[in-house]
Ligand binder design. Sequence first.
Ligand code: SF4
Ligand code: SF4
Length: 394
Amino acid sequence: MQTHFTADQLADPLIVEADGILRNCVHCGFCLATCPTFIVTGDERDSPRGRIWMLREVLESPETITTDTAYHIDRCLGCLSCTTTCPSGVDYPHLLDIGREKLNEMVPRTFTDRAMRQMLGMIIPHSGRFHAMIQLAWLGRLFSWAMPTAMRAALTKIPAQLKQLDPIGGKNAIFSAKTKRIKRVALLAGCAQRALAPEINASTIRVLNRLGVEVVVRAEAHCCGALAHHIGEATRAHDAIRAALLAWHDEIRTGGLDAIVVNASGCGTMVKDYGHMMRDDPELAPVAKMVSDASKCNARSVTETSIPSSRIMTTIAPGISIPADAAIEPGRIAAAFGSCGLAKTLAILATANVISSHPNRRLILVSGRGRVLNVTSSKTASVPYEPQISFDRS
Ligand code: SF4
Ligand code: SF4
């Protein structure tokens, strides 16, 4: 793609980076077929190619930005599905980061939009507040008929069952290995996950402990900062990243860490990118690089290195084997679901290989299409999830 930045614009290092990314796009459109928002709306402006075109306009001619431009860019889920199908290797995620930062400075947002963003940024990254909000939302469902469409659609995503808040991550803790300690890792407890799926961290810790891995959880590293980053709240995102980096650096210095384990694929992608995001910060750059190199088990590391997740697990815990009593009884079926990021970046297939290499297993992989979670857009927020059975291994 041709670009026409002025010399003044190219004095900004972010514009130089964006220019390099934009020039890689050849407008072939291969990415369209794998973009969930384009599949749902069929609108070029909701496709990666359309967004790249609009991002070029945002950066080249900020005076041409309209709320319509922001609307279609805001609808991007950041699922990275397009990056794995792009034959030219367009670094769309970093272009989107730059574009969002600029958009947030320039676009005139409505009061409701600004209020929604503020609310999301103040509540979701704090597990306790988010848990309380889910409880309120349960009550709110009774009055959903009186709410705006986007909020009504968001209420349909509230879990059918109210769960206790996951205590893991509320304070610093060390979970010791059940056998001879062979590795030591830090676990990002996360924010929304602690309220929505409180069993995941406990399960991860049990498995790792059983494999001889000590798990450290630091309360300061409670949120990776992705939510604030994706809605353009740079200061809030920076504070979350700084807190996590300093806590993990402290652990690396004192007890040593072999890896940073992240359960949520979106958070894993964010932590993996800390090195890039903090590269110009004299205090945090070296720490961020160290942390990015140590983050494991996330989609992007699998794609970048072509290392199957089974190998990543082996790196964390050498000698890993699935215990015999974990076998699935003959005739029973296990199903694994890959989120859009994981499914598209093949991590789930690699995980399936670990499970299916065991006798007595029958595994079905289910992949999602059009499972759209953008609560700032009423149209895409109301798209139902339609599971597809894509793979049956027996
Ligand atoms: S596949 Fe890549 S090069 Fe082709 S239009 Fe999409 S982003 Fe551009
Ligand atoms: S990140 Fe996902 S939603 Fe956004 S343009 Fe790429 S494929 Fe579409």
